[in-house]
Design a protein around this ligand. Structure first.
Ligand SMILES: NC(=O)c1ccc[n+]([C@@H]2O[C@H](COP(=O)([O-])OP(=O)(O)OC[C@H]3O[C@@H](n4cnc5c(N)ncnc54)[C@H](O)[C@@H]3O)[C@@H](O)[C@H]2O)c1
Ligand SMILES: O=C(O)[C@H](O)[C@H](O)COP(=O)(O)O
Length: 374
């Protein structure tokens, strides 16, 4: 069996060794000829899988993406070839939720906000939206969920409409890119919705760039509006509209899901799927490969309290300002968007770390955020 995998899948060599002949490729070089004899094709979001890539391949039996989003896979084409859409649903949900927390604490400092007085509107209550809601509960921050597909499917949680979401102080987007139809998300934030945003609100997009009309957003800034926007994802990546970047409060290069665990979990999920499809025992586990974080224990800064203490803790693990500063200072250089993503010094998730809470009375909130007890 020939297994071809993109070089951005961590631990793919280790997981797939012994299942067949493995060959690694870069998304820059991949073409129909290169993967013409692949039985198994494993990608991340930078490789488009469609007729142009696979028409010449008569052997293909499994295509999988080690990501949550699947909009780079031509689903109708895969179906026409009798292939299922395999993804790593939920692999990086915790990573994105922790990215959003970092953004919330940084923006709260900038805007002088007490987060427990604010409301968060979560659009898309799937893997990411749910993980985020759990972390907000741990912090005592009120949130609302909007997810019409889940509401229609009978999910028992309480859901609100987009009109209610638009009244929240903070709006965080966690929907897939859906182009058209009843649940369309493309340009969900179009000119009209962007016009409804108030300057005392915060909008975060860490799902797909096309969910916000970037041209309309830029026009709104150019017209003088002072909106608070955090963007991890952009229309037309990697060739994004650079004119928009200076207006964005925190700007990053589609790295919200790039924790060590989030990326590696994606590879592990595809390994499990391939083993199941081809009748192998899935004996390998992510824990066999993950390095121990250094240091792996954090001492709380007990000179602080309340939001300041939690903010210092979260930012000590991941401070989005560092990524934003690097992005803003280098994005004008050619190929920089790709470069940042490829060379990202990926971070750890809270669950990889222990916290010594000492005599801090709010220790349960810290463990509920995902940290381990010391
Ligand atoms: N920036 C990153 O690094 C990163 C990482 C992970 C995921 N993502 C993106 O975020 C998206 C969400 O990730 P996930 O793992 O939570 O996916 P998911 O499929 O678990 O959840 C998406 C949710 O959005 C809901 N939804 C669909 N259309 C909607 C609409 N019109 N209005 C409101 N809700 C709607 C779905 O019903 C679903 O519950 C992914 O599809 C991916 O594109 C980005
Ligand atoms: O959909 C996802 O899972 C994320 O957007 C993911 O982080 C994309 O990462 P990439 O494959 O581009 O490294």
């Amino acid at each position: 069996m020939k297994i071809y995998y993109e070089d951005s899948l961590p631990y793919a060599a280790e997981f797939f060794a012994g299942l067949g002949d493995s060959q690694v490729f870069s998304h820059k070089d991949v073409n129909a000829e290169l993967v013409a004899d692949a039985d198994v094709l494993l990608v991340r979001s930078t490789t488009k899988v469609n007729a142009a890539l696979l028409d010449a391949n008569k052997a293909i039996k499994y295509v999988g993406t080690a990501t949550a989003g699947t909009n780079h896979l031509d689903k109708a084409y895969l179906q026409s070839r009798g292939l299922a859409v395999h993804s790593a649903a939920g692999c990086n949900a915790v990573a994105v939720a922790e990215y959003v927390l970092s953004a919330l604490f940084v923006m709260a400092e900038k805007l002088d906000w007490q987060l427990t007085d604010k409301t968060v509107g979560i659009v898309g209550a799937g893997h990411v939206g749910t993980r985020l809601s759990e972390k907000l509960t741990a912090l005592g921050i009120q949130y609302y969920l909007c997810d019409p597909p889940l509401a229609d499917a009978g999910d028992s949680r309480d859901f609100v409409t987009m009109d209610t979401i638009m009244q929240c102080d903070i709006i965080s987007l966690h929907v897939p890119l859906i182009e058209g139809g009843k649940y369309n998300t493309e340009h969900m934030f179009d000119t009209s919705r962007i016009a409804q945003l108030r300057e005392d609100q915060l909008l975060i997009n860490a799902c797909r760039g096309e969910v916000i009309d970037n041209k309309a957003l830029l026009a709104s800034f150019v017209a003088g509006r002072k909106l608070n926007i955090v963007l991890d994802v952009w229309e037309n990546e990697p060739d994004i509209d650079q004119a928009l970047v200076p207006y964005i409060a925190l700007a990053t290069a589609h790295i919200a899901g790039h924790t060590v665990e989030g990326k590696a979990r994606g590879t592990e999920m595809l390994y499990q799927q391939v083993c199941e499809q081809f009748g192998f025992d899935a004996t390998k586990k992510l824990s066999d490969y993950l390095p121990s974080p250094q240091p792996n224990c954090i001492n709380l800064d007990e000179t602080l309290e309340g939001q300041a203490l939690l903010s210092a803790l979260v930012l000590s693990v991941y401070d989005i300002r560092m990524d934003s500063a690097q992005f803003k200072s280098t994005i004008a250089q050619p190929d920089q968007f790709r470069y940042i993503r490829k060379n990202y010094s990926i971070r750890r998730e809270f669950a990889a770390l222990s916290v010594n809470t000492g005599n801090y009375p709010g220790s349960e909130a810290i463990y509920a955020l995902g940290f381990n007890r010391k």
